[in-house]
Design a protein around this ligand. Structure first.
Ligand code: SF4
Ligand code: FES
Length: 249
């Protein structure tokens, strides 16, 4: 079927504001949106900018807004979209990050926040008895879901809290922290509190669930954020301290 892709275009070096450019493409219901974008750059307009790498939902490069919803272009089939012969699909870059060109956003703020939570293993100081940390399947299950994140930033774009507070650390950074905070072998919560237990850390989350709705890896992000809030509260309570949220009241 023939459809129109209405793509938001913007080159900060030459344009004063974004504009929409329409491209007609011939697609099969089983084609992915990424196939249509590649068709455009190969056969119609090589200046269209977008990011992609694996083309199989693994690298997280090609998250974008498709008909107003954050999706991976490589995992979105035309048959799963509400579009018929002659219809139009609106494609925009992710929100809350500056556009570098067309559908490519500057990811530096996103990754700066990711790094701020120290998203790496901080092992317990004591050497384990048998030279390795033993972890039960139940303990492993506590952080299993958080390991599935592919850093696509779909949740960061969908988050309504970032509309009003651009300094909020954002859902993905908290998922990254939850990966380690809930790991029985890790003792890095204290080192992560500078990023998490402050006014722009975990506390601005209002549980809108938009992040959870758009995550292409089906991570229950809001649940992980609330679990992390609880871990911080437990840590502060055990020391007779207040959380940043309590101090602000
Ligand atoms: S939590 Fe989900 S939506 Fe957010 S960056 Fe990770 S994979 Fe993408
Ligand atoms: S191109 Fe890698 S996730 Fe889509």
């Amino acid at each position: 079927m023939k459809v129109t892709l209405a793509i938001q275009r913007f080159n900060p070096e030459t344009d004063s504001e974004p504009h929409v450019q329409n491209y007609q493409v011939e697609v099969e219901p089983t084609h992915r949106v990424l196939d249509a974008l590649m068709d455009i750059t190969q056969n119609q307009d090589g200046t269209l900018g977008y990011r992609r790498s694996c083309a199989h939902g693994v690298c997280g490069s090609d998250a974008m807004r498709i008909n107003g919803r954050e999706k991976l272009a490589c995992k979105t089939l035309f048959k799963d979209l509400e579009i018929e012969e002659g219809g139009t699909l609106e494609i925009e870059p992710l929100r809350h990050l500056d556009v570098q060109k067309d559908l490519m956003v500057d990811q530096s703020t996103f990754f700066k926040k990711f790094r701020s939570v120290k998203p790496y293993f901080v092992p317990k100081a004591a050497e384990p008895e048998h030279g390795e940390f033993i972890q039960s399947p139940e303990e492993r299950a506590l952080f299993d879901e958080a390991t599935k994140c592919i850093n696509c930033a779909a949740c960061y774009s969908a988050c309504p809290v970032l509309d009003k507070n651009p300094n909020f650390v954002g859902p993905q950074a908290i998922v990254a922290a939850a990966r380690f905070v809930n790991d029985s072998r890790d003792q890095g919560l204290e080192a992560r509190l500078d990023a998490l237990d402050q006014k722009d850390g975990v506390w601005p989350c209002e549980s809108h669930f938009e992040c959870t709705r758009v995550c292409p890896r089906d991570i229950k992000i809001t649940k992980l954020i609330n679990l992390t809030k609880r871990q911080i509260k437990k840590y502060r309570d055990a020391r007779g301290e207040q959380t940043a949220e309590e101090r602000a009241q």
